[in-house]
Design a binder for this molecule. Structure first.
Ligand code: SF4
Length: 405
């Protein structure tokens, strides 16, 4: 069985990260997963990411039961299941952080910061907790669904970043220091570029990293951006993956088919799906999700402008035209034979199969697609049997059409 040695280091790193949030040594800022983590760290905050907690709730399959507690408080079953499971977890006092790391629960925030570059749901979600903890909350609201990002749009977002500085100063007790911001951004850039190299190793065949490995190994680039530890981890992981490429070791021994995954992971079914694709000699080699934490625009010489640009031009915040170009480029670079769209029931923001994009992409590239219905956390929206049949049929069709050629 294919396993990465780095996983053991990753587990320790993530445990240390979570435990550090409970030491009380530093003030805690909560942040959205593609929010201004570097700016917050430059004030000396430890940064906690509720979406990561949502993913843990999904991966441990505790989310589905917890959602009902949020529903009782008026949150719909059909809105973001990170939001509902996280709120449900808080109300019921249950968290995987307790069982896995012996923590008391989620860390109490001194400041809550969100960026609606991914969705407006984060504002409602984080506002619930701001009220519960009587904590200051501030948001960045960039233009949505941008084609190319204009100078005016960057200026607007820079201004919003600068406006949160006094709030960060008050909550952290530290004055803003541009040099610390530059240093943090530089570390974050170095880690994100290593993460990009990690993902690129799967351009090779057999691919040494699948989407299902990627969603686990992306932990540090989500929660530890701007730290030396994140950078060091990706250097180690990259070395191992490059060695595997050299030795022709891959996720799938007899790699027959290469697939791109579009949309959210189905956290509670990562292992099942990973095994299913491997059993069908298929590698899921790339994804929009894992690529969303590549911020190659970061530039410590222009920390505000480059942060504003990097966080505004993420895939989820782009026009269909821009998304299509990005997808075409990835399908080509990673030599994909097909693309799976995960139509996630509670996250329309990160589901691109609802308005005909798969069909238009096929018309332009000839690459076949499959739409899987499911959800990031709420497994009531996922039919395992039906999905297995659909995926196996899809792979068979790709292989049989290749034989005809
Ligand atoms: S992007 Fe989707 S999954 Fe993520 S917080 Fe927003 S609605 Fe939830």
């Amino acid at each position: 069985m294919y396993e990465l040695k780095s996983t053991a280091i990753l587990k320790n790193l993530m445990r240390d990260y979570f435990l550090s949030l409970e030491t009380g040594r530093k003030k805690i800022a909560w942040c959205t997963s593609v929010g201004p983590a570097e700016l917050l760290r430059s004030f000396g905050f430890d940064v906690y990411f509720p979406e990561n907690h949502g993913a843990l709730l999904g991966a441990t399959r505790t989310a589905t039961d917890l959602i009902s507690s949020a529903v009782k408080c008026g949150y719909s079953n059909h809105i973001c299941s990170y939001t509902t499971s996280d709120i449900g977890s808080f109300i019921s006092g249950k968290s995987p952080l307790k069982n896995q790391y012996g923590m008391e629960g989620i860390p109490k925030p001194d400041l809550i910061v969100y960026n609606t570059n991914q969705c407006r749901e984060v504002q409602d979600w984080f506002s619930f907790f701001a009220k519960q903890f009587n904590c200051p909350i501030v948001g960045i609201h960039p233009p949505r669904y941008v084609d190319e990002v204009s100078r005016e749009e960057i200026a607007l977002v820079v201004d919003q970043h600068k406006k949160i500085i006094p709030i960060c100063e008050k909550a952290s007790g530290n004055k803003f220091d541009i040099d610390r911001f530059r240093e943090t951004l530089k570390l974050s850039k170095e880690a994100t570029l290593l993460w990009q190299e990690v993902l690129k190793t799967s351009k090779e065949s057999p691919a040494p990293l699948s989407f299902f490995d990627g969603v686990i190994h992306m932990g540090p680039i989500v929660v530890m951006r701007g730290t030396q530890q994140a950078k060091d981890y990706y250097a180690v992981l990259l070395k191992e993956l490059n060695e595997n490429v050299q030795n022709k070791r891959g996720v799938v021994k007899n790699e027959q088919c290469r697939i791109f995954w579009e949309g959210m992971p189905i956290w509670g079914k990562i292992r099942m799906l990973s095994d299913l694709f491997v059993e069908n000699n298929t590698a899921v080699v790339a994804s929009t999700y894992c690529s969303s934490w590549v911020f190659d625009e970061f530039d410590e010489k222009n920390p505000f402008e480059s942060s504003a640009l990097a966080y505004t031009k993420i895939f989820i915040n782009r026009s269909e035209k821009a998304k299509m170009e990005m997808l075409k480029s990835w399908l080509n670079q990673y030599h994909c034979d097909g693309i799976v769209f995960h139509d996630s029931k509670t996250c329309f923001n990160n589901s691109n199969a609802k308005f005909g994009m798969p069909q238009r992409l096929k018309e332009e590239t000839g690459i076949p697609y499959l739409i899987i219905e499911g959800d990031l956390c709420d497994l009531r929206f996922f039919s395992e049997g039906q999905s297995i049949t659909k995926i196996e049929t899809f792979i068979e069709q790709i292989e049989s059409s290749r034989v005809k050629i």
